[in-house]
Design a protein around this ligand. Structure first.
Ligand SMILES: NC(=O)c1ccc[n+]([C@@H]2O[C@H](COP(=O)([O-])OP(=O)(O)OC[C@H]3O[C@@H](n4cnc5c(N)ncnc54)[C@H](OP(=O)(O)O)[C@@H]3O)[C@@H](O)[C@H]2O)c1
Length: 285
């Protein structure tokens, strides 16, 4: 990659940010297409967010990804939101237009596009979402926007699941949404009622973690997605494989949220396979 006087700068803000795979993914795409862009990590402490956001137009940084812990706090520095980021109440992508920062959230579309790629569009299916954090919100709103038939939200803290349901009802009043906890008996009932399950909890990130849902509840015909991609096969996915379910991990979501951000910044179709290879070879050398 050759940095010139014309190179446009895109980056990611987060704290910490050193674990992010986005620089590798986007720089591989820019290089492959011969685009004069570069993508850099900015480790921004929470107390420095205001100054960092003020610097974006000053430094003519043409786009940013936003990651933990800034995805919600950054909202107050943005001029305009896309429809989905307004619903979700968080952004993961910013684009500078003139002096104005426009906010988007591509996590949800990353999720639904990864399922489409696996041959399982969410439309008309029923979906059990395990978890109610930021990722669950993006998954739930985008699935609703794409015509999911029914959603059941199961979370350790049931009040958070209820709060997500209430937020969704403001935008999708006719959608059937139920809420439950993560106990054995509760999960046993709801797993039988749906045709797909997505784990959006962080259970599984550590190699020794149990599955968030007992393996015995998984049955053939169920589609299972774990948003975790490292490890590439969590206990949940191991059980899904053993039960004969179709399943995907979270790598597709990571790639497709990146691809959607790339389209927003450049207006150019991203080289998805190049991006996937760059990420895979970094994760699993
Ligand atoms: N593939 C991708 O591109 C992608 C994108 C975003 C996120 N993710 C993954 O999605 C996961 C969640 O991220 P997030 O940003 O939504 O995090 P978050 O906002 O902190 O939410 C975490 C969720 O996990 C639940 N949880 C945490 N520990 C638990 C435990 N021991 N038992 C049961 N539930 C537990 C929390 O339940 P409570 O509400 O009860 O605390 C909450 O629902 C992470 O693994 C992250 O790596 C993947």
């Amino acid at each position: 990659m050759k940095i010139t006087g014309n190179t446009k700068v895109i980056g990611i803000i987060g704290w910490p940010v050193s674990h992010s795979l986005s620089p590798v993914m986007h720089n591989a795409a820019f290089e492959h297409l011969g685009l004069d862009y570069c993508y850099v990590p900015f480790a921004i402490k929470p107390e420095c967010l205001k100054e960092a956001m003020e610097a974006v137009p000053a430094l003519n940084i043409v786009g940013l990804n936003v990651t933990v812990p800034h995805k919600e706090k950054v909202l107050k520095y943005i001029s305009e939101f896309s429809e989905e980021s307004g619903m979700i109440g968080a952004v993961n992508t910013l684009k500078l237009e003139g002096n104005r920062l426009i906010g988007y959230n591509t996590d949800g579309i990353g999720f639904t596009n990864s399922l489409k790629e696996a041959g399982y569009p969410v439309a008309k299916h029923s979906l059990l979402i395990l978890g109610s954090g930021g990722a669950a919100k993006a998954v739930a709103f985008q699935s609703a926007a794409e015509g999911v038939k029914e959603i059941i939200i199961a979370n350790r803290t049931v009040s958070k699941a209820l709060s997500l349901k209430n937020q969704m009802k403001e935008y999708f009043p006719l959608l059937k949404i139920d809420v439950t906890g993560l106990s054995y008996d509760e999960l046993k009932v709801v797993t039988d009622m749906v045709d797909s399950v997505v784990n959006t909890t962080s259970v599984g990130l550590d190699k020794g973690d149990a599955s968030p849902i007992p393996g015995e509840f998984l049955h053939k015909g169920l589609f299972v997605c774990d948003l975790i991609y490292n490890p590439s096969e969590t206990k949940l996915l191991k059980y899904a494989k053993e039960a004969g379910c179709r399943y995907v991990n979270g790598l597709g979501m990571l790639i497709h949220q990146g691809a959607a951000s790339f389209r927003i910044w450049t207006g150019i179709e991203p080289p998805v396979e190049v991006m996937r290879q760059a990420v895979e070879s970094t994760l699993f050398p």
